[in-house]
Design a protein around this ligand. Structure first.
Ligand code: HEC
Ligand code: HEC
Length: 302
């Protein structure tokens, strides 16, 4: 009896020590200030009230970049992750209403959050797809911010984010939890996005819209980086027999805009933002199709 008691209390001690270690390590990683890790150059971004720029920005925010998918169609934010295990993480209210970013948020603050995945307080932003947005040109950023400035204020307040045991465990074991860790911060990007329909334009669109972030740098698909483990693997978007060889431009466009795959099954809107992509233009889908078909046919990584 004594022996069992001793073993039990030892076990309890070990578990307690593990909990303390996870807590401590995760606090360190989750609370890390990333401000000094990224160099932000916003000098080429110009916010204007020019109506053409605002209209282009509106298109970017609602369709190509799918900001509304997470921040809500009114940009007032919503509870994005809401589970006891993972945590409670709101997608920020981006308006100047109560609980929103307010009017003191500078162009550089926007840039740091969008192209680098770092909040104004220095925290690594959860799921904010900066690994895709880092490729946005200064021109596109100018349009996007010019539009966001016109969005009406929404009063919606959230408690600050908090992480549950699974979220803390992931952080403590060094999983790449935040896009800031996966973003190519020092990328050289063109001054203006390629506008002529074709391969070069398709390549740019595949980067900024997030196809590459989910379908992989080679676009051969497989496990989505940083995603919930319950997600299906992303499809193969190279001309491989497992991939686009099964598609033509029309069925590809349909899959991207409606989530209907060529095998007759449906892509869950939670795993790919096709509701936003439904607004993509024919020319953009042609450019994406041309680019993806110019890639080497690559087997899906296991
Ligand atoms: C896949 C979901 C998702 C998409 C798409 C997304 N965001 Fe976010 N964003 C979030 C979440 C979640 C947070 C809060 C993260 C946190 O607190 O860790 C956030 C935070 C932010 C912040 C707050 C930074 C701060 O200082 O607190 C800004 C600004 C922002 N997003 C802008 C945008 C813009 C603009 C777009 C489109 C170009 C966009 N987001 C697209 C999920 C998303
Ligand atoms: C947030 C992650 C995410 C983004 C962003 C994303 N996808 Fe996907 N996509 C997926 C996942 C996951 C699947 C697999 C869904 C399934 O099989 O149910 C998929 C499936 C597909 C399919 C069907 C593949 C097949 O094998 O039939 C096509 C086509 C596709 N995506 C194209 C695109 C294009 C083009 C873009 C960029 C404009 C894009 N996706 C952006 C996650 C994403």
């Amino acid at each position: 009896m004594k022996l069992i008691g001793r073993i039990l209390s030892m076990l309890v001690g070990l578990v307690l020590a593990a909990v303390v270690a996870v807590w401590f390590l995760s606090e360190q990683r989750l609370g890390k200030d990333h401000t000094a890790d990224v160099s932000v150059d916003s000098s080429g971004i110009m916010v204007t009230s020019d109506s053409a720029s605002v209209a282009r920005g509106q298109y970017l925010a609602h369709s190509l970049l799918a900001c509304t998918e997470c921040h809500g169609s009114d940009f007032g934010g919503q509870m994005f992750v809401d589970s006891g295990a993972m945590g409670r993480i709101p997608a920020t209210n981006l308006t100047s209403g109560k609980g929103g970013l307010g009017s003191s948020y500078s162009v550089e603050d926007w840039d740091r959050a969008i192209r680098h995945g770092v909040g104004r307080d220095g925290r690594g932003l959860f799921v904010m797809p900066s690994e895709a947005y880092v490729y946005l040109t200064d021109g596109e950023m100018s349009d996007l911010l010019s539009y966001l400035q016109t969005v009406p204020p929404v009063d919606r307040e959230f408690a600050p984010r908090s992480f549950g045991p699974i979220g803390r465990m992931l952080a403590a074991t060094g999983q790449p939890l935040f896009p800031v860790d996966r973003t190519e911060h020092d990328t050289s990007r063109p001054n203006t996005a390629p506008v002529i329909p074709g391969v070069e334009r398709g390549k740019h669109l595949a980067k900024v819209s997030g196809c590459e972030a989910c379908h992989g740098a080679s676009l051969a698909g497989g496990k989505v980086a940083g995603a919930d483990p319950s997600w299906p693997p992303a499809g193969n978007l190279t001309p491989h027999a497992e991939g686009l060889a099964r598609y033509d431009l029309a069925s590809f466009s349909k899959a991207v805009r409606t989530g209907a795959k060529v095998d007759g099954t449906q892509i869950d809107a939670k795993v790919m933002p096709w509701q936003s992509y439904s607004g993509l233009r024919d020319e953009e889908l042609r450019s994406l199709w041309a680019y993806m078909n110019s890639l080497p046919a690559t087997e899906t990584p296991k």
